[in-house]
Design a protein around this ligand. Sequence first.
Ligand SMILES: *Cc1c(COP(=O)(O)O)cnc(C)c1O
Length: 568
Amino acid sequence: MTVASDRSIAYFSMEIALESSIPTYSGGLGVLAGDTIRAAADMKFPMVAVTLLHRKGYFSQTLDSVGTQHEAPTPWPVDEYLNLKEVSARVSVSLDGRTVALRAWQYDVKGATGHWVPVYLLDTGLDVNSEWDRRITDSLYGGDKHYRLCQEVVLGCGGIRLLRSLGYDRLGRFHMNEGHSSLLALELLDEEAGKAGRDCFTHEEVELVRKKCVFTTHTPVAAGHDQFPLDLVKQVTGRSDIFNMKEVFCCEGVLNMTYLALNLSHFVNGVAKKHGEISRLMFAKYPIDAITNGVHAATWVSSHLACLFDEFIAGWREDNFNLRYALKIPKERIEAAHAKAKGQLLEYLRLRGFAGFEEGILTIGFARRATGYKRADLLFQDIERLRKIVKDGGPIQIIFAGKAHPHDLAGKGLIRRIYAAKEELKDGLKVAYLQDYDIDMSRLLVSGVDVWLNTPMPPLEASGTSGMKAAMNGVPSLSVLDGWWIEGCIEGITGWAIGEVDGAPSESERSRRDALSLYDKLEKVVLPRFYCDREAFVDTMKHAIALNGSFFNTQRMLQQYALKAYLL
Ligand SMILES: *Cc1c(COP(=O)(O)O)cnc(C)c1O
């Protein structure tokens, strides 16, 4: 039995994907957080995690006949979850001059060896709070800047207070998964000043706190970083003292949560080697390392493949490095297990009214947030060419899924364009767009398709993780060289690259070239291998597992965090 005081690493994330029926995540960031915690539990890390409860979830998506997205809140019955327990501790934060009370729910994430990592979900839904305050922890990425800042005070400051009141008094590392939780560092500074009997902190205390903080940045786009006007910060937190320490708290007249985390962390990293480089260009003053993301193997491998691994690869769940021994599994067994996963996916499609998808046809999957830079429509740049490729090289069927953020009009437009292409291609190839993408659907897709497609506009895909999930399932990627794929692609061995690493003179030119390359690869390499050289295709499947599954997992990732950030 682990007691609170033994735990030494606190992991903070605005979103954490715990399970499909708990909609407290929006996409990659939350899934990564969940997979990190699951790996920490496997590896008996002394970790504890903090997030918000998000009673109304992110949103559920429905798509009408032309692919227009409609959104609805997804309230979930918090009290009915047996694995969620309300903790008795109560803490509070000050917001807009009011005292807002917080409670928390505990969810224990169990690892492969029975160790567990507690996750605390903060909740302002208490009767003592005003109607408005009760909703602060309701909606993930909902509301305006004021709402968001209130959430971030709850997560950062409230989170630390909760951990203290639960007895976590030996925490030596505070890991901020993206800048949303940066205010935890302010709380740690206040704690230090408080210990010294002062109400303002010193530069020595800043150094002390820096030694304890770790920051992972995820976004290679400046606009993706939260920033708040100083007036708003003063109004919400009631603090103006902090701006005296301008070099820490203020950047170009705003409180930028990324800079706050950069200034107050001893270790900062991007989420793939390339993203580390991009981040060093964006934040030239700071030393920024790179730790490439991973996924949690036991979570993402289909039950069919998991059975096969159990038979051939002892201990793969406890230690994912063992996946390298997938090379020893007989080809026909890999093929048979994948066929079962594919059958399960196609059955799921049939039940949802998508008729005519067939087991023997090359099935391409594309599922991730629907947002401009992911270029979900790249495959449809030249419909006639695609038609011809299929006519000459063999049939293809394509399955899409993904939600657009409610305010992302370009992302919503992408979904409609895929619907339009689907209509246009009706007699040439089958296209399905599944609604309401979530982690269960993701597991079906990454294990059931034959090739995983990814077409981001470089360098905007910081890492990308769904291709790693596919790799674990023996599904090779066909992807633009960006994020993790720059590291994971060994041409023809683990999958195939689309386009060149180097840039083009413009985005439109880049898209034109990438589309050409995508068509060429499909026509000349992927289709012939799938239909005419099964031996070689299954060999690629095996290498995807052995070379990429064994490395691009959160167990390896956490070991690197331990080496570089936690134990230092
Ligand atoms: C894995 C996953 C993502 C992230 O996919 P990327 O390829 O990193 O964009 C998003 N949403 C869900 C539901 C996922 O399972």
